[in-house]
Ligand binder design. Structure first.
Ligand SMILES: [Zn+2]
Length: 393
């Protein structure tokens, strides 16, 4: 069996989200797997030109031209692996090589494994306040539910689970995403392609008699206006944004040109989230004394540390020596209480994010950092992970 096919199988078995195939020399190519969000070298192919490795990938994918090496290409593959049909989305990009005559390409393969779709909202494992407010925000027939965070923060996993929670045969659920990754049973997923782009699809939604809508991403004024129009005309609407925290999502929409009263009355909740790696339960150990000061600066008490309830990673065969296995969310759930709405309406030239945060925290919202610290107290993750995902920009 060739290396490409072997990489597909191993990536699925090791739970990788992506495979990266990168030229690393005149006759060597590195294969990396992204596991729990981190790239790890899986294999280095020596004594073969990277161009030859790329040619094999192209030959075995559909939708790519093996003779084209100067432009971006998107391909596709599907395989039965351990009796499961797994799909792969393949992105090929030309990259600069130190030798001018060589035409190197970088290849990234996204593993699309339907078994990973979470259809039970509670299995997302949100902390108590976030789960309660989130459920309140989706158990209604109108308004917008926004999940925000950087790429790879688990936003679509959350949205898909939330959609499954509200789908039933009596409602028309329309989704508009580019690209569509997972099939959602019970939803009509609009097909974005060269005949209908994302914008056209978004514009057509309103005329297609929906009850519940998912707009993959609020990208601009047009998508924002459509989402708000849907929300204000009796549709439950789900979408995502790219912001660091929940209050700044309001600012983002405001800067896109959405009126404050529309923002205030059309949003149900904004969830900002990140994923932290979970400590391997087989090898984690109580935090070493030399790190106690740092932990106490985060608000962990000396008693908690002495009780050995705060852990650090070690590494064992069960976690491939990394000390971590799987990921869990940390989240900031900003529910739109009347006080929050009133505060937004008061805004004149800008949104007072600090004041909104203060009001929300009074109602029990955990900041992203506090959510992470709670995860440390649950023994699920460690200080390094929490500091990494909640670092101030
Ligand atoms: Zn371990």
């Amino acid at each position: 069996m060739n290396l490409f096919e072997g990489a597909l199988i191993e990536a699925v078995r090791r739970d990788a989200s992506d495979i990266h195939i990168i030229p690393s020399g005149k006759t060597s190519t590195d294969f990396y797997f992204r596991i729990d969000g981190k790239l790890q070298l899986w294999f280095r192919q020596e004594n073969t030109a990277p161009e030859a490795v790329a040619a094999v990938v192209k030959d075995r994918s559909t939708g790519v031209d093996r003779f084209e090496r100067d432009t971006a290409q998107d391909g596709f593959a599907q395989r039965y692996i351990d009796e499961n049909l797994i799909r792969f989305r393949i992105s090929i990009l030309p990259i600069v090589s130190q030798e001018y005559e060589r035409r190197f390409e970088s290849i990234v393969i996204r593993v699309i494994d339907d078994r990973k779709v979470i259809t039970d909202f509670r299995k997302l494992g949100f902390q108590e306040q976030a789960e309660r407010e989130f459920l309140k925000a989706i158990n209604t027939s109108k308004g917008i539910v926004i999940v925000t965070g950087p790429t790879g923060s688990g936003k679509s996993t959350t949205l898909i689970a939330a959609l499954h929670h509200v789908i039933h045969p009596g409602v028309n659920v329309l989704t508009c995403e580019d690209p569509v990754e997972y099939a959602i049973k019970g939803a009509r997923q609009l097909k974005i392609g060269h005949k209908m782009d994302f914008e056209q699809a978004v514009r057509s939604i309103l005329r297609h008699d929906p009850d519940i809508v998912m707009v993959g991403e609020i990208r601009d004024k047009i998508t924002a206006d459509t989402a708000i129009k849907l929300a204000n005309t009796g549709h439950l609407t789900f979408s995502t944004l790219h912001t660091n925290d929940a209050p700044s999502a309001i600012t983002r929409l405001y800067k896109m040109g959405v009126e404050t009263f529309l923002l205030a009355y059309s949003i149900n909740i904004i969830i900002a989230q990140r994923l932290v790696r979970k400590l391997c339960p087989y090898c984690r150990k109580p935090l070493s004394k030399e790190h106690w000061d740092a932990a106490m600066q985060m608000g962990i008490s000396k008693e908690e540390l002495e009780a050995g309830k705060i852990y650090e990673p070690v590494g064992c065969p069960k976690c491939n020596g990394t000390g971590y296995k799987g990921r869990i969310n940390v989240a900031e759930a900003l529910y739109f209480y009347p006080e929050i709405r009133a505060e937004i309406i008061k805004s004149v030239t800008e949104i007072d994010e600090e004041n909104i945060r203060r009001i929300a925290e009074k109602h029990g919202m955990l900041s992203m950092r506090d959510s992470g610290i709670a995860r440390m107290r649950e023994g699920l993750t460690d200080m390094t992970e929490v500091l990494y995902v909640t670092a101030e920009d």
